[in-house]
Design a protein around this ligand. Structure first.
Ligand SMILES: *Cc1c(COP(=O)(O)O)cnc(C)c1O
Length: 395
């Protein structure tokens, strides 16, 4: 009964969401903080006072949300953990934001440079459809966001996966030479997942300068707010660049399902054409209101991102002191493996994962050959990290 094409599907497996026990969840890179109180108010208002609005279709192109996103990017510089705050409450709510000098975007991001979708996963799937051909391989790192191969299967786009370097960073020279020899596109997450390592903007610029100019180049900045360098400032120099971002990590909004991309208006129009051929209204009314309110209270998320970065640095020190091999992270997670003192070899990641789970804490383990010794541990609140450290002392 199934269509032929079903054989190309290899669905993504998300971090587990168990119901049997109240685990501390550090396995899906969600933000441990709740959305800003301003967002909670906006959602209640949208649901209550404007009840009649729920019976109407939402704005198919999320115009007001795009304006709010553009405004937030211009005000913060697009890397929340480095944005400078002034005034506001202790939790950052209501504060004014000024970009760190290094992050300041040298032009005004406008709403015609933004496309909004139902989570960045959906945005990515439309990007795959709009820009990647099935007559040539898409170049990507061998270890990166595991949804990319899933979309490649869905749209039948062949892949050319380039191994990481020995220090787990991207092999940019190899990616470049393969992209040039096949005259094809490149996609990667920056900072990358699940490793957590980021390329600098200068490094991405160097790649863009030598990569095929007539092929779209995609940088997924899901984690950039936790200390990476955004490529948005490169957009005016590279009309083939697409920067994908999400509300799910630094904007504490994984449940709202909001993602977006920033690119030249031409590329935004192409993705909009895909959307209008598949699902005219991907972002519902409540999510649009929640997103707008989030962007308007960026100070709250700046504060939350800074807290996550502080906890991450303290956790990395904790791990290193206890003989873990930790990959440097610019994200809201840490990728690490325990080295056995006696043998100098890594202990089983699977066993570590199980031992931590027994103590009521979920972290992520990938059985994928090459990274099977590692755990990917999401940074939680101070209390959650305290509990995790205590649990890990028992290992
Ligand atoms: C979490 C994540 C996404 C997906 O974000 P959603 O907006 O929740 O769909 C995309 N890319 C990377 C690299 C991620 O880690």
């Amino acid at each position: 009964m199934l269509a032929e094409r079903m054989k190309n599907l290899h669905p993504y497996v998300p971090g587990e969401q168990p119901k049997d026990r109240d685990y501390i969840k550090l396995n899906a890179n969600e933000n441990p903080y709740s959305p800003s109180p301003v967002v909670q108010k906006a959602v209640c208002k949208a649901a209550k006072k404007q009840r009649a609005r729920m019976g109407l279709y939402p704005d198919p192109d999320s115009h007001e949300l795009k304006e709010a996103i553009a405004d937030m990017l211009n005000k913060t510089g697009g890397v929340l953990s480095r944005t400078v705050l002034s005034g506001g409450r202790k939790n950052g709510s209501g504060a004014d934001c000024t970009p760190d000098a290094h992050d300041r975007i040298p032009f005004a991001v406008t709403s015609d440079m933004i496309y909004c979708g139902n989570g960045s996963d959906e945005v990515l799937s439309f990007v795959f459809y709009a820009f990647f051909n099935s007559d040539r391989p898409l170049v990507l790192p061998a270890f990166t966001y595991s949804f990319y191969p899933v979309y490649a299967g869905f749209y039948q786009i062949p892949l050319d996966a380039v191994p990481l370097k020995a220090d787990w960073s991207l092999d940019t020279d190899a990616m470049l030479s393969r992209a040039n020899s096949a005259d094809t596109s490149i996609i990667f997450a920056n900072p990358n997942a699940p490793t957590g390592i980021g390329l600098s903007r200068a490094e991405v610029r160097a790649l863009l300068e030598k990569a095929p100019k007539d092929r779209v180049f995609v940088v997924d900045e899901a984690y950039v707010d936790f200390g990476g360098e955004s490529c948005i400032p490169l957009l005016t120099d590279f009309p083939n660049l697409v920067v994908v971002r999400t509300f799910s990590k630094s904007l504490c909004g994984a449940g709202m399902r909001l993602g977006y991309l920033v690119a030249s208006p031409d590329l935004v129009n192409a993705v909009t054409t895909v959307k209008n051929s598949l699902n005219h209204f991907p972002v519902d009314y409540i999510a649009q209101q929640a997103g707008i309110a989030s962007c308007k209270d960026a100070g709250y998320y700046v504060r939350a991102s800074k807290l996550v970065v502080e906890e991450r640095e303290s956790f990395i020190t904790f791990l290193k002191d206890r003989g873990w091999d930790v990959i440097p992270s610019k994200t809201n997670f840490v990728f690490a493996r325990k080295i056995d003192e006696a043998t100098g070899k890594a202990k089983s990641g699977e066993a570590m994962y199980r031992a931590i789970k027994e103590q009521g804490i979920l972290v992520r383990h990938f059985a994928t050959p090459g990274i099977e010794d590692f755990l990917r541990i999401t940074i939680g609140t101070h209390e959650q990290m305290f509990a995790l450290k205590k649990a890990m002392e028992q290992l």
